[in-house]
Design a protein around this ligand. Structure first.
Ligand SMILES: [Zn+2]
Length: 291
């Protein structure tokens, strides 16, 4: 209701150095287009008071978290903008998925038990008990609405300062399609770039595609996931709000069964960030470290 993600998938640490030690690689790039970084699916946190909603054993829930979390995406993408312009959801998507429409009637993934409040697992099993009256609204009020207020505020602040903004919607995806996903093609790229017809200028999409391709990644546009998030306040009304989704194939950087990072994690993260910096600053072509 508050946000449009139009995600077709479904919808849609170790730091290199401590954050305080590292200058943002892009914030007010060229003073033309500040970057707002959105990290909706990085968290594995389910506060204990909500544990009783989940009908999974400890082991099953841990496995589902590994499967569904965009693990380590904060570590991969952090640094492409400032903390001030970084909006990370502090709780797991299994609790509330901030990339979904709050209104189930608008959310295609409700049919898979994966609206804003999931009822099914990634394998189509029962995830949650039936919620009591008020529990769904309480989840939205506590987690969904504040998250979208933060995102809207970050975009508004950047707009006021610079007149334009690039919202970078950062995700990762499993190397094999999960049961719930709408696109079941087993051939998956290293990087998926998601776009919105109104909010992603062709030049932005092209620059991101070229940046990753030049860096040696295989890249696909809007497959297996499509769309890019835009706060409802600006959706299809403000063309100065640009948005692009970057999805990283988890096989590049983590053990998908355990969630642990691969030895080349840091190198992959540096390369992904360099590509995002280049994508968000057309004309710039930084040297890309090799993994
Ligand atoms: Zn995601």
């Amino acid at each position: 209701m508050m946000t449009v993600s139009s995600i077709a998938n479904g919808s849609r640490r170790r730091r290199l150095v401590a954050k305080s030690e590292r200058e943002p690689e892009v914030e007010m790039n060229s003073k033309l287009q500040p970057v707002v970084l959105h990290l909706p699916h990085d968290s594995t946190v389910i506060p204990p008071e909500y544990r009783d909603q989940f009908m999974l054993s400890i082991e099953q829930l841990a496995a589902e978290l590994v499967t569904m979390t965009d693990s380590h995406t904060a570590a991969i993408f952090s640094g492409i903008t400032s903390d001030r312009l970084t909006v990370r959801c502090p709780v797991s998507r299994l609790l509330v998925d901030v990339e979904r429409f709050a209104d189930d009637a608008q959310e295609i993934m409700v049919a898979r038990g994966m609206g804003v409040v999931y009822t099914q697992t990634s394998a189509g099993q029962r995830l949650r008990r039936t919620l009591r009256p008020g529990e769904r609204d309480s989840l939205l009020e506590r987690f969904y609405e504040p998250h979208h207020r933060r995102l809207t505020q970050a975009v508004s602040a950047a707009l006021q300062e610079s007149g334009t903004v690039l919202l970078l919607d950062a995700h990762s995806f499993p190397s094999r399609p999960l049961t719930y996903e709408l696109v079941q093609d087993r051939a998956r790229p290293d990087i998926c770039i998601g776009t919105d017809n109104f909010h992603t200028p062709t030049a932005v999409a092209d620059t991101f595609m070229a940046a990753f391709a030049d860096a040696g990644f295989s890249v696909a546009l809007n497959r297996p996931f499509a769309g890019a998030i835009v706060p409802m306040e600006f959706y299809r009304t403000n063309p100065a709000v640009h948005s692009v989704m970057v999805e990283v194939n988890r096989a590049l950087y983590m053990n998908e069964k355990t969630g642990e990072r691969l030895p080349c994690f840091d190198e992959v993260a540096v390369r992904v960030r360099a590509c995002c910096v280049r994508g968000s600053t057309p004309g710039r072509k930084p040297a890309l470290p090799r993994c």
